[in-house]
Design a protein around this ligand. Sequence first.
Ligand SMILES: NC(=O)C1=CN([C@@H]2O[C@H](COP(=O)(O)OP(=O)(O)OC[C@H]3O[C@@H](n4cnc5c(N)ncnc54)[C@H](OP(=O)(O)O)[C@@H]3O)[C@@H](O)[C@H]2O)C=CC1
Ligand SMILES: CCCCCCCCCCCCCCCC(=O)[C@@H](N)CO
Length: 337
Amino acid sequence: MTMWGWVALAVFIVFIIILYLLSPLISPPPLKLRDAHVLVTGGSSGIGKALAIQAVKQGARVTLVARNEKKLEEAKQEVTTYVTSQDKTQRVHTVSVDLSSDYPSVEKAFQEAEKTLGAVDFLINCAGTSVAGRFEDLSISDFKKMIDINYMSAVHATRAIVPAMKARGQGRIVFVSSQAGQIGLFGFTAYSASKFALRGLAEALQMEVKPYNIYLTLAFPPDTDTSGYREEQKTKPLETKLISETSGLLTAENVATVILSDTVVGKFFSSISLDGIMLSNLTCGFSPVTSLMEATQQVVTMGLFRIISLFYLAHFERIIYRCKLQRDSEAGSKKQS
Ligand SMILES: NC(=O)C1=CN([C@@H]2O[C@H](COP(=O)(O)OP(=O)(O)OC[C@H]3O[C@@H](n4cnc5c(N)ncnc54)[C@H](OP(=O)(O)O)[C@@H]3O)[C@@H](O)[C@H]2O)C=CC1
Ligand SMILES: CCCCCCCCCCCCCCCC(=O)[C@@H](N)CO
């Protein structure tokens, strides 16, 4: 390497060290899970249950919220087996409520949870579901259902918790969106929109609650092997399957570990795997900054990731075109017979 090469390398290393040293100035102080009350909506299944298990393993008291009481009870049994603390304060509690429709019943259910396990320190909004199909094959009620379950449930739960968190001057709120909440995808006109909505909510609310030491995390998992995912597979258009497969299939445990560790340190974006990290850097927009390192990465990589995204877009277009050809020929041969 020439002398200038060495100088450039040294400048780069010094820059990284300065960033590293300055990072704590803007990064939130971590909030411990030990002895905290973690309330997980959608905690009876899939990613929510995995999050509950990880939280319990790290010493938290956990409330699981969902509708089906039998599933809640089974999940409680399973999650309880991970209780680490010897004293009786570490417990798992369940609350059955439909989060999507009636706000007063959500507020009442959450008050009951707070009476049982104390003020909520971590609210994890994970309850959700998906419907996949071409726009004209989805019913209008599918669109309403997505907004009610994926978006309004999070609004209701968060509205019930924020006043107390602000009064206490501490808290974490997680919204589980999806990679389909970062890019609109074939088959997800209803689902993607409901997951994009969570981002608007999270960005606006983060601005309001930051002075109260409350930090939000917006998680963007790719396909994750859960009962919800397996259900969705049954009706997904081929295009949606092939496009989603690009970023692979993860386990709920894997996804939960990343979300929880990002939440503890108060990171705004939580993404997993190389695709996920590229996507978050590319689509970071006007999002809050919770790490100088991350902000620098976004500034430096955005242009490059836009170039890479053009190849992905071309790949997706090819998938859609091929599927259309196949559909058209199937329709043609049906007509003939
Ligand atoms: N699996 C995947 O591929 C991905 C999932 N996600 C998102 O992660 C979240 C969890 O997904 P996953 O684990 O697969 O889902 P599951 O279907 O396995 O679990 C969904 C959970 O939400 C609860 N729930 C659903 N509707 C309501 C409601 N109206 N009120 C209260 N609780 C409700 C369910 O319980 P009950 O039915 O008893 O109410 C269940 O506990 C969802 O928001 C999903 O969109 C994001 C990216 C990828
Ligand atoms: C620099 C550019 C990088 C681009 C990477 C693009 C990868 C796109 C893959 C999208 C996958 C969407 C999964 C949705 C999962 C989901 O939410 C449902 N399974 C819910 O049940």
